[in-house]
Design a protein around this ligand. Structure first.
Ligand code: ADP
Ligand code: ADP
Length: 229
């Protein structure tokens, strides 16, 4: 069944029509890549999915809640739908470990011992267990992004939204982050990924959306997309 569903969604920035009558249904557990030119609205599209950008009309159902309804508690959605940003958005004044334990502690009231165990297991998975007590400024971009993904995973979300997760990274760090994203996909977590990484879209993605001028121009299986002349 669908975990994210757009029905005739429009979004404006002032008079600028950023999303035009979007109809899109994303199946639970699927990996959807979104590509398209700069300024086409990809980031806007993904940011509407957890309420970071409000929509102006239509219906947008995420984990059963309607984001068009002003009464919807965004925290209920964000508990289940994580977000990974281009520029990491780590908490600079907290250690790597604390970056991961903070939200589960505050939002889920997870017991301290269990919280730490889950976080350390995740740091192990992203190959940063030795960095638990460091601060974000001591990490490379690739390491920061792996922490950001581990932080998302610690909430045990149903879905994670990725907004150009490798675009700010030096080329040699990209593959490690893509490997972690592949691990996320293997967990059965729904992923929506705005990306320029065609290899990821092709190998890990179930579906590829080509976005342009606020609209979905093409929506197909990666193998169909790449078969084009
Ligand atoms: P993409 O992610 O494809 O580069 P964006 O979603 O960031 O595209 O932006 C789509 C369009 O909306 C661009 O023309 C951008 O300038 C405009 N835009 C994005 N955010 C805002 C904002 N907060 N206020 C006004 N215009 C915006
Ligand atoms: P970007 O790096 O994509 O430009 P912003 O800096 O505009 O993102 O982030 C927007 C806000 O969303 C920030 O205040 C950030 O702390 C907050 N934020 C971080 N993670 C999430 C999340 N999972 N869901 C909603 N908001 C989040």
């Amino acid at each position: 069944s669908a975990i994210i569903e757009f029905k005739h969604v429009d979004k404006y920035y002032g008079k600028y029509h950023a999303l035009k009558d979007i109809n899109l249904s994303i199946e639970e557990g699927s990996v959807v890549s979104i590509i398209g030119p700069s300024g086409s609205g990809k980031s806007t599209l993904i940011r509407t999915m957890n309420g970071l950008e409000p929509i102006n009309s239509g219906q947008l159902l995420v984990t059963g809640y309607d984001l068009a309804d002003k009464k919807t508690d965004l925290n209920k959605i964000r508990k289940n739908v994580g977000m990974v940003f281009q520029h990491f958005n780590l908490y600079d004044n907290h250690t790597v470990l604390e970056n991961i334990t903070l939200a589960p502690k505050i939002v889920l009231h997870r017991d301290d011992e269990e919280n730490k165990k889950i976080a350390m297991d995740l740091l192990e998975k992203v190959d940063l267990a030795d960095w638990a007590d460091r601060y974000p400024r001591q990490l490379s971009g690739g390491q920061k992004q792996r922490v950001a993904i581990a932080r998302s995973l610690a909430m045990r979300p149903k879905a994670i939204l990725f907004d150009e997760p490798t675009s700010a990274l030096d080329p040699e760090m990209i593959q490690d982050v893509l490997d972690v994203m592949k691990f996320v996909a293997e967990q059965g977590i729904t992923m929506v990924v705005v990306t320029h990484e065609m290899g990821f879209a092709r190998e890990v993605g179930d579906r590829l959306i080509f976005f342009d001028q606020g609209q979905i121009l093409e929506d197909s299986k990666p193998e169909e997309f790449f078969a084009h002349p």
